[in-house]
Design a binder for this molecule. Structure first.
Ligand code: ADP
Ligand code: ASP
Ligand code: MG
Length: 418
């Protein structure tokens, strides 16, 4: 059985007319002879709306009991999309069945709001496909060992799609979204960004981790681990989109520009800790135990009576981080400050550590615009800096120009977006 997995994001399902469009895609794929599995996200901004609603009752306090309830709430967004899409496909004359993550056999480990798919039993999906149905799976969710619903982190429906494609040994995994592929920068911020016909999966993983939310970072990591090619396409316009696979940038020559994209992450905060003794190991291991990812980490050198440390983390993780730090730092022994007015800007490319001048160019280009970079970190695939949030969009645009990523004016076409 030739199986195709097609994932549709929230904006692709935001209206009745758009759901019909998705249903038509699925019906066409089914009629062309492929067993079709759709993975759908919550419609439009409904996840944000549910979170806002939850905030009216949960407040800012972090507790495991609250995050459990938030997950019970959030999964409903995807369930609504799946049921509506299945009904639309059925009306087009193709049998369709919707499944929640649990019904689709998706098991998740880890914490509420940040689950990781641990196993998939695809038996029910396979039976439904063999019986001639299109199967529409609610993305972003699965059940844990207690049978509770757990979500996979913002943007996690992409990961559901890749995990299902791997479990079903699908021939294709197509991610339909509201832009027509992966660009050299977010095309909504940099209108001259160029579409990338191919992206190496390692670079894509780095871009996603650094904030290019067109793909969920764990989806890309999973695709890399399973050697699965992904295609990013527009659900609004035909086109070849972007193919993400291993080795697609290996042909890059030493002389080629090493930077392939500029990404931004506005969903970050900077946490600063000041204490009387060195707590770095305690803090990092406490965060590690709770599986809270931190990125740029800075600390002052050892000194008898003063310890300073800072790191960037996801905004959504801040309530939990404050709870963890509250336990790790003995009261009256230190203080914690959170700066939410920051952005993380990154150059992504190959062999960046071999070209230390890139970090220098990044700092001086931004400085020439009056943008002060506070923290810098470099690796072979990424140079990241923290700047003031208000300068974020301008910083991406000037770096995109500085590293020659602009599309040639003559060749410029307009981006297709929702
Ligand atoms: P979906 O709801 O389909 O999952 P997302 O909003 O999660 O869509 O991701 C698509 C968005 O990612 C685009 O609308 C675009 O603004 C943003 N984006 C950020 N960086 C990039 C990039 N480098 N290339 C393309 N899109 C990007
Ligand atoms: N609906 C979820 C979110 O908004 C998951 C997703 O869109 O992939 O993050
Ligand atoms: Mg997404």
């Amino acid at each position: 059985m030739d199986i195709v997995v097609q994932k549709f994001g929230g904006s692709s399902l935001a209206s009745v007319e758009r759901i019909w469009r998705v249903a038509n895609y699925a019906a066409e794929t089914h009629r062309s002879g492929s067993a079709t599995v759709l993975v759908v996200s919550a419609r439009g901004d409904s996840t944000d709306e549910l979170l806002e609603l939850a905030g009216a009752f949960s407040g800012d306090q972090f507790s495991d009991r609250t995050t459990r309830e938030i997950d019970q709430l959030l999964v409903t967004g995807e369930v609504v999309s799946a049921a509506l899409t299945a009904m639309a496909i059925e009306r087009l004359g193709v049998p369709a069945v919707s499944l929640t993550g649990a019904q689709a056999g998706i098991e998740v480990a880890g914490k509420y709001g940040g689950g990781v798919i641990s196993s998939i039993d695809p038996k029910r999906i396979v039976e439904l496909l063999e019986a001639g149905n299109v199967v529409v799976v609610s993305g972003f969710q699965g059940t844990n060992a207690e049978g509770d619903m757990v979500t996979l982190g913002r943007g996690g429906s992409d990961t559901t799609a890749v995990a299902l494609a791997a479990a079903l040994d699908a021939s294709r995994c197509l991610i339909y979204t509201d832009v027509d592929g992966v660009y050299t920068a977010d095309p909504r911020i940099v209108p001259t960004a160029r579409p990338m016909p191919f992206v190496d999966v390692r670079l894509m993983a780095e871009m996603a981790f650094a904030g290019a939310k067109v793909l969920h970072s764990r989806a890309v990591e999973l695709a890399a681990m399973r050697g699965m090619e992904l295609q990013v396409l527009s659900s609004f316009a035909p086109g070849a989109g972007t193919r993400v696979f291993e080795g697609s940038n290996d042909a890059m020559l030493e002389s080629d520009g090493a930077v392939v994209a500029v990404t931004h992450d506005f969903d970050v905060a900077r946490v600063l800790v000041q204490a009387r003794k060195d707590l770095a190991a305690d803090i990092l291991s406490a965060l590690g135990r709770r599986s809270i990812p931190v990125d740029l980490v800075a600390r002052s050198g050892p000194s008898e009576d003063e310890f300073r440390m800072g790191f960037t983390a996801r905004l959504g993780d801040i309530p939990e981080i404050l709870a963890v730090l509250g336990e790790a730092i003995p009261e009256a022994d230190g203080q914690v400050r959170v700066d939410r007015d920051v952005a993380k800007i990154s150059l992504v490319g190959m062999g960046l550590l071999n070209r230390p001048e890139y970090a220098a160019r990044m700092i001086s280009t931004l400085a020439a615009e009056g943008i002060f970079t506070t923290w810098i970190s470099t690796s072979q695939l990424r140079v990241s800096a923290v700047i003031e949030r208000g300068h974020g969009a301008n910083a991406v645009a000037v770096l995109h120009r500085e590293f020659d990523l602009e599309r040639a004016a003559a060749a410029a076409g307009s981006m297709t977006t929702a």
